[in-house]
Design a protein around this ligand. Structure first.
Ligand code: G6P
Ligand code: MG
Length: 276
């Protein structure tokens, strides 16, 4: 199996906008008199705006009109914070890795639930690196459902088993696993430990480090999934997920000689069999 693409989450992976989302929600929560700290913020990572607000409110009564106003208010705080962003806000190691992927012919995709994805990529001057963007406008069901990453893989014309998803959020790791992708978690084990491989950050991480780590993974997952996705729009068909509860270890990489010693092959990058 070849790895043909890497799909990056945005917030907290390529740049530290996860912090700006927190600060914006915190400001709103303070104004509403709702207790909200970094611990409360954890489950909000990677999830869409409305669901984030529901989690923040935690049963606090609200009309639909208030919900709309609060989401708009939080977004205005967030948009204010990202206005000052520049390429200097790309997290350490991210740009180097993107450049390396581009040289290696690996397609680069973005899978983020944020409706501000394009603005942030623009501010970071990263638009030229990406071949596909799936964002808050692309699908109806968000992480932990796999739709966003499947949408991105479809745009990139690769199968999930040919792609690695890079995520900093538990919900994103769950989504990528559900979609049948290889998953690289960034951050603490408590948050992203379900991923096939975990790195503290992208700093100093090269393509071959990722592929070697994947090859060595002893990860065992409980499900394989066959998923049809539901795109935004009226013509969308109902989604379905059928799970089969096989428990298997990934088999050993079939062509260690190619990427263990010789590095990436000309045909592409060889990785272990399809993630399970
Ligand atoms: C990403 C972030 C979340 C955020 C969501 C929606 O997934 O990780 O923290 O809530 O996007 O972002 P938006 O910019 O549309 O409010
Ligand atoms: Mg994230």
């Amino acid at each position: 199996m070849e790895i043909k693409a890497i799909i990056f989450d945005l917030d907290g992976v390529l740049t530290d906008t996860a912090e700006y989302h927190f600060l914006a929600w915190k400001r709103l929560a303070d104004e509403l008199g709702i207790p909200f700290d970094r611990q409360h913020n954890e489950p909000l990572r990677g999830v869409p705006r409305r669901r984030s607000l529901e989690l923040l409110l935690n049963g606090y009564p609200a009309t639909e009109e208030q919900m709309q106003e609060w989401m708009a208010r939080k977004n205005s705080y967030y948009v204010g914070l990202i206005q000052q962003m520049t390429p200097a806000d790309i997290l350490p190691g991210a740009l180097e890795l993107l450049k390396e992927l581009r040289r290696a012919g690996i397609k680069i995709g973005i899978g983020s639930a944020s409706k501000n994805t394009r603005t942030v990529l623009d501010r970071l001057h990263l638009m030229d690196y990406v071949a596909a963007i799936s964002d808050g406008y692309s699908v109806q069901r968000h992480k932990p459902m796999p739709d966003l990453f499947l949408h991105c893989a479809q745009q990139l014309d690769v199968d999930p088993g040919q792609a690695i998803v890079v995520e900093d959020a538990a919900s994103g790791v769950e989504a990528a696993l559900a979609g049948g992708f290889w998953v690289m978690g960034l951050g603490p084990e408590e948050r992203v430990g379900a991923a096939h491989i975990v790195f503290p950050s992208l700093e100093g991480v090269h393509l071959l480090d990722i592929l070697s780590a994947l090859r060595n993974t002893q990860h065992v997952s409980r499900f394989t999934h066959h998923v049809t996705i539901q795109k935004t729009g009226s013509s969308a068909k109902p989604s379905s997920i059928q799970r089969s509860s096989t428990t298997r270890k990934p088999s050993s990489p079939s062509a260690t000689a190619t990427w263990g010693r010789g590095g990436p092959s000309k045909r592409g990058i060889l990785a272990p069999d399809r993630p399970r």
